[in-house]
Design a protein around this ligand. Structure first.
Ligand SMILES: [Ca+2]
Length: 153
């Protein structure tokens, strides 16, 4: 029993003397916030940055590389903490430059079952055809089936 108490006391002693590494060692998490935890610490990086395990520095994420195709038909340029899409003609830069939206207007088909049927009388964008009010199931002259609702498009 005496031994057990001794262990408990020692544990309490450690708990009372947890070192706040963030205070003791300023500059531990370069480019991020140091968060003291019991017996250790963590580095939290701002959005768009990840912690390099080797250097403990918050480094920019190259979204153009890690999320390839994120700009669709546009060109991706990595920036510090973010990225920018430069979109081709008839595409609109959206989400603060993080995506390109197809603004081309073309025919919309009400039904798709391997082939396109029931063409609408007016041209609309793919987003309007496929994503608004369940208007259509396929879009464009050469009959592209609409992306499934779960896809990011
Ligand atoms: Ca970046």
């Amino acid at each position: 029993m005496g031994q057990l108490l001794g262990i408990l006391e020692r544990d309490l002693d450690i708990q009372e003397h947890d070192i706040d590494e963030c205070q003791e060692l300023p500059g531990l998490c370069q480019g991020g916030d140091c968060v003291n935890t019991f017996g250790s610490f963590q580095c939290e990086c701002p959005p768009g940055y990840h912690l390099s395990e080797h250097t403990r520095i918050c480094e920019d994420i190259d979204e153009c590389y890690t999320l390839s195709g994120i700009c669709g038909p546009g060109t991706c340029y990595n920036t510090l903490g973010n990225y920018t899409c430069v979109c081709p003609a008839e595409y609109l830069q959206v989400n603060g430059g993080n995506n390109c939206m197809d603004m081309r207007k073309s025919v919309c088909f009400r039904h798709y079952n391997g082939t396109c049927q029931n063409e609408l009388a007016f041209n609309v964008t793919q987003k309007m055809c496929c994503c608004s009010y369940n208007i259509g199931q396929a879009w464009n002259r050469h009959c592209e089936a609409c992306p499934t609702p779960t896809s990011r498009e």
